[in-house]
Design a protein around this ligand. Sequence first.
Ligand SMILES: Nc1ncnc2c1ncn2[C@@H]1O[C@H](COP(=O)(O)OP(=O)(O)OP(=O)(O)O)[C@@H](O)[C@H]1O
Ligand SMILES: [Mg+2]
Length: 333
Amino acid sequence: MTDTTKPVLTVDHATVVYESDDGLACAVNDISFTVAPGQILGIVGESGCGKSTLAYAIMHLLPANAALVEGKIQVQGVNVYRLTEDELRRFRWQHVSMVFQSALVTLNPVLTVGHQFREIFRIHAPALSRGAVGERIEELLELVRIHPQHLRSYPHELSGGMRQRIAIAMAIALDPDLVIMDEPTTALDAVVQREILEEIRRIQAIKHFAVVFISHDLRLIRYISSAVMVMYAGRAVETGSADRFLHPAAHHPYTRGLLDSLPEWNVDRFQMRGIPGSPPDLAHPISGCAFRPRCPIARSECSLAPPTLRDVGAGKIACIDVQSLAKGNEAHG
Ligand SMILES: Nc1ncnc2c1ncn2[C@@H]1O[C@H](COP(=O)(O)OP(=O)(O)OP(=O)(O)O)[C@@H](O)[C@H]1O
Ligand SMILES: [Mg+2]
């Protein structure tokens, strides 16, 4: 039985470093957050800001040249870095699972869909009878609206959208408490993308698992999430309820840039502005605020130390100028 009072996921000062020929790159830098049972946390940020690295760190699936060098990650109160390989294998499907950008990462191309579903239950729920497994698989397929005839299909015989639905069904096969979805719809066209997002919301409302939903697209994040974390150059620069990203609120200048880039069907706002410049190379040391070279309100003190997250009403912003950001917003509202 899930404890509804404790967070499903606790990330506490997590820092992940890659080692490569170029030196060390700090892709996740002192990030802390929690996810409550049944909550959908959206993580948004530009390519290379460390979103996938954070996801892999939570799954304890970092590549050999990366390590969680500081901090702690707990799922259901269990430190995932204290588990043995065997414990981890079980833990990953039963408590936390992952949906990747392409279902082809999850699905084995040479095995039928049915075979792959049965494997999950054979390994993780060996006590279930053949009949019970069959019923369970049919229920899962019904949930993601895939006809059972496709159990005989190979992944290449299915469309991208169908494969992603199957990957979602597999991720929730053992009723995990937390599902991490790393750009699960990015490879799909806009119509299918919308359909899959609606499916995720519908299934999540039935099953109540918590979700960490990762995307570079703030529109998707606002649509699906209850809480949002904005990442820039490995750090969390803003956190808060999804509402804050729909209505006038104080925002980090980077978030402001993301919001201003959204095409809004409002004549006054139909003016797409991007964020000038590009994100820093994480393989080079960054002093002070990493957003400084692109920030319209940067000043000399911004180079001193990276700002930490500070409260602004229903959210937190990591900016030295947090007070004037909050005031500016009052003036606009
Ligand atoms: N295998 C690797 N070896 C060395 N450095 C890496 C490796 N993978 C990622 N990095 C570094 O970590 C940073 C973050 O990468 P990550 O894949 O987590 O970003 P992301 O936010 O998921 O980007 P995207 O939106 O493109 O998926 C990169 O900018 C790069 O500096
Ligand atoms: Mg990624």
